[in-house]
Design a protein around this ligand. Structure first.
Ligand code: TRP
Length: 454
């Protein structure tokens, strides 16, 4: 078994963690939720959820990971030997595995669209909705793209923490941030974009129904990569001088900024084309945008080409860095728990994901009518179980664990790096209060509601 390595620098720590957080959730899911949730009002609730629920949970995962320097399952085993809490460690490992199976399908779609954008195929599509249905519903093409992105992710993970995860994040994240900035400028410069800005900036509080609040909370968890062991596993590679609260703050700030910027990219562009509505749903990225690109740049094809290539490159980079972070928890578990070598552990995770991923991938075509579990297709089942059941459940368990069970000395020594940082007493008290009361009650509330909605 290889010797356990840490990330080599604080920048690497922030970029890798931000790479995990910034993903399809930001560029694909967030604008869709904003569109459906009524614009700025949704954003307001979302930011509150990030600060009050997301940040304390992220710091909690960091504490568990960095204190133990172990994979998630063994971390809980060390902190609470022979207790039911160990189940949370396994939940993290297996949920990550679950998420990867369907996340890689959508990541594959982004690669297909990137390839089409590069060869100019997107501009020739006349009916983008039929095009998307035909592509995602076919058998081989989506499978091939899914396999390719999975292999890319495999190649990063197999190289380990420093030369795989850290190096790729240091390369991909700055590129991603640069592309975002460029696209925002582009999008603002489109005629008619101000309607999109008004939609994003002017809160319409009448749209704030309880279901919008629930989806804002779910979105915040998903987007910050919370409760699945990703951040806990990454934190197990943090160096002892990394500042946990500061790192969590930077990661949440980068993640939220990228999400809001994605809204700034999408909506001005969408509003600048008549007959395209902001609440177009999950198809916004794969159906509405190709349409927007082709119409808006009908007169300036080169600009349309550039805009679309950059956009799908952004999506692919975001998806890849997140896939890497979802791949690592099960890999680290197999590697350390069963004392396998990294190549073997990585290969097992990849192969299992590919086999199960086939079911998710074909859910849009040949297996669309195969609904053995709760009447859902495989894709929807994996999405539902992980995002709507395991995610809130994991959030509740982690907050209870760190709030009530974990030794307070461990919490304080991790937050203050063994006393070398000054963290005010009120901050620690507020942190514990949120974990003990607010988070379990608020998330428990959602969870019960969600289950009631099955
Ligand atoms: N946060 C990523 C996104 O926004 C996805 C992701 C990575 C994730 N790791 C996770 C979601 C763990 C939930 C749990 O797309």
């Amino acid at each position: 078994m290889e010797k356990r390595k840490n990330f080599s620098s604080k920048l690497g720590i922030v970029l890798a963690s931000a790479g995990s957080a910034v993903g399809l959730g930001n560029v694909w899911r967030f604008p869709t939720e904003v569109g459906e949730g009524g614009g700025a009002a949704f954003i307001l609730v979302y930011v509150l959820c990030v600060v009050l629920l997301g940040l304390p949970l992220m710091v909690s995962e960091f504490i568990i990971g960095r204190y133990t320097h172990k994979n998630t399952a063994d971390a809980y085993r060390q902190l609470a030997p022979r207790s039911g809490w160990i189940a949370q460690g396994y939940l993290g490992v297996f949920t990550s595995w679950f998420i990867l199976c369907y996340y890689s399908v959508v990541a594959g779609w982004t690669m297909k669209y990137l390839v089409e954008a590069i060869v100019g195929g997107l501009s020739e599509i006349s009916d983008s909705s039929a095009y998307f249905a035909a592509f995602s519903g076919s058998t081989w093409e989506p499978l091939v793209y899914m396999t390719v992105v999975m292999l890319l992710c495999h190649l990063v993970i197999i190289r380990g923490v420093q030369s795989g995860i850290e190096r790729s994040s240091k390369l991909m994240m700055p590129l991603l941030l640069l592309i975002i900035a460029m696209l925002v400028v582009f999008s603002f410069s489109m005629p008619g974009s101000s309607a999109g800005l008004t939609f994003l900036l002017k809160p319409d509080l009448s749209k704030l129904t309880s279901s919008v609040i629930l989806s804002a909370m779910g979105q915040a968890f998903f987007s910050l990569s919370i409760a699945m062991g990703c951040l806990c596993t990454y934190a197990s590679y943090f160096t002892d001088d990394a500042r946990l609260v500061k790192t969590a703050g930077s990661v949440a700030a980068i993640d939220t900024t990228v999400a809001i910027m994605s809204g700034f990219i999408m909506f001005p562009a969408v509003f600048s084309v008549e007959a395209v509505t902001p609440d177009a749903g999950p198809g916004l990225v794969f159906i509405t945008l190709p349409h927007v690109f082709s119409i808006a740049f009908g007169n300036v094809p080169l600009l349309g080409w550039f805009f679309s290539v950059m956009f799908y490159l952004l999506l692919l980079l975001a998806a890849l860095t997140s896939m890497v972070s979802i791949h690592e928890p099960p890999t680290a578990f197999l590697l350390e728990h069963f004392k396998l070598s990294r190549p073997v552990a990585t290969t097992i995770v990849t192969v299992v994901c590919l086999c199960v991923g086939v079911l998710c991938c074909l859910s849009f075509g040949p297996l669309a009518d195969c609904r053995p579990l709760f009447g859902l297709t495989f894709f929807d089942f994996f999405d539902f179980v992980s995002a709507k059941i395991f995610l809130p459940l994991g959030g509740i368990i982690i907050s209870l664990f760190v709030g009530w069970r974990l030794d307070r000395d461990i919490v304080v020594s991790q937050l203050t790096n063994n006393g070398s940082l000054h963290i005010p007493a009120w901050f620690i008290a507020a942190f514990i209060f949120l974990l003990r009361w607010l988070i379990p009650l608020a998330v428990g509330g959602i969870f019960i509601r969600e289950l009631g909605l099955i």
